[in-house]
Design a protein around this ligand. Structure first.
Ligand code: TXA
Ligand code: MG
Length: 342
């Protein structure tokens, strides 16, 4: 793998131009989006795409999302655009929604990891849009973390994982949403939610009438079960610590965690519920504010490493609305281990 002197670019005209140049030369660049930072490369260039997999240490069978800034670019990437996609694009693009289509032959196999489909998204972050426009290319971009780590929502997170492994990072500030885009598969008879995000199942149902939810959103895939979305089968978002999700009232949570007190034990809980804890803790938004939890969850997971946590008891979020996205990420960080106390 190449060793780079990673350069930090501003999200201004000069930085955007430099990022576009690097991308056109077949290099990777970490770019801000409204969800999380992405590690971008020319989606039509197999070699450039390989550099993404290398820098992330990503398994080759996990496909990438292709980012566009203009709906007219969609046609060349896919074989057909179902009506459901037009409805969702009208409503939610640009924005944190990824749709799965049947792929056209210009998509390299490496992007779709050998699948006959391709994931496409139009981000709303102005810097992401400007970079895609300036490069005049569709950009493949997974989250800009080392494979398995929590997704990065700040430049500091990207540096933690990628310094020396990529040529440049464009600074677009803190990502507003904080969890990755909603992924919905539109290639089957019924639209199917593969990854929850801030575009919620309720919003998809209201736009399309009906949406299936892939079982892996809430339960562990069996080892021999084929993954519709290969990303679903990997343990993800994990700090170094062993994370366990705890479903309990604030009082029961505190009593339980205090009872486990010992070297390396830590808690991840909601704002305002940390008062009586006797172990080190991080908080991730208020219990009743799923949007704030989404914004902070990945940063909180990274901070657990900084405080040297070995075992983390995490207070379980509500699964409704945006909460489903937060629950899904924490469930996967916890390797699906949930302790139910109430
Ligand atoms: O918000 C986001 O989506 C961010 C930003 C950078 O845009 N990107 C992102 O990419 O989260 P990544 O690679 O970390 O996650 C992509 C997910 C994976 O779970 C992958 O398996 C799934 O989308 N995916 C990609 N292509 C697919 C396909 N053709 N069929 C099914 N799932 C697919
Ligand atoms: Mg990712």
């Amino acid at each position: 793998m190449n060793v780079y002197d990673t350069c930090l670019l501003k999200g201004d005209e000069k930085g955007i131009k430099k990022a576009a140049e690097l991308l056109r030369q077949g290099e990777t660049v970490a770019i801000p989006t409204e969800t999380v930072y992405g590690l971008a490369a020319n989606a039509l260039d197999h070699k450039a795409v390989c550099r993404i997999f290398e820098a992330k240490g990503r398994p080759q069978d996990n496909p990438l999302i292709v980012h566009i800034s203009d709906i007219n670019r969609l046609e060349e990437l896919v074989t057909d655009i179902p009506n459901s996609a037009r409805i969702l694009a009208d409503k939610y693009w640009p924005g944190p929604l990824t749709m799965i289509f049947n792929r056209s032959l210009i998509i390299p196999e490496s992007v779709s990891a050998g699948l006959s489909t391709v994931a496409v998204r139009m981000p709303s972050h102005p810097v992401a849009q400007a970079i895609i426009k300036a490069a005049d290319l569709p950009l493949a971009a997974p989250s800009a973390n080392r494979s398995g780590s929590p997704s990065p929502t700040t430049v500091a997170h990207v540096l933690q994982d990628m310094q020396g492994r990529i040529p440049a990072i464009v600074d677009g500030g803190e990502c507003e949403v904080g969890v990755e885009s909603t992924v919905v598969d539109l290639t089957g008879k019924q639209p199917k939610l593969l990854r929850p995000g801030v575009i919620t199942p309720e919003m998809l149902i209201s736009a399309l009438g009906g949406v299936g939810i892939h079982p892996a959103v809430k339960t562990k895939l069996q080892d021999n079960e084929p993954a519709v979305s290969p990303g679903l089968k990997y343990k993800h978002y994990s700090p170094k610590a062993n994370v366990l999700l705890v479903k309990a009232s604030p009082q029961r949570f505190t009593d339980f965690v205090n009872g486990q007190k010992g070297e390396g034990t830590a808690a991840m809980c909601f704002d305002g519920e940390e008062g009586a804890l006797l172990v080190p803790f991080v908080t991730y938004g208020s219990r009743h504010d799923s949007k704030a939890q989404a914004h902070r969850v990945f940063d909180a997971l990274r901070r657990l490493d900084e405080i040297g946590a070995a075992t983390v008891y995490c207070s379980c979020p509500d699964e409704k609305g945006i909460g489903l996205a937060v629950y899904n990420r924490l469930l996967r960080a916890a390797g699906y281990e949930v302790i139910q106390l109430d």
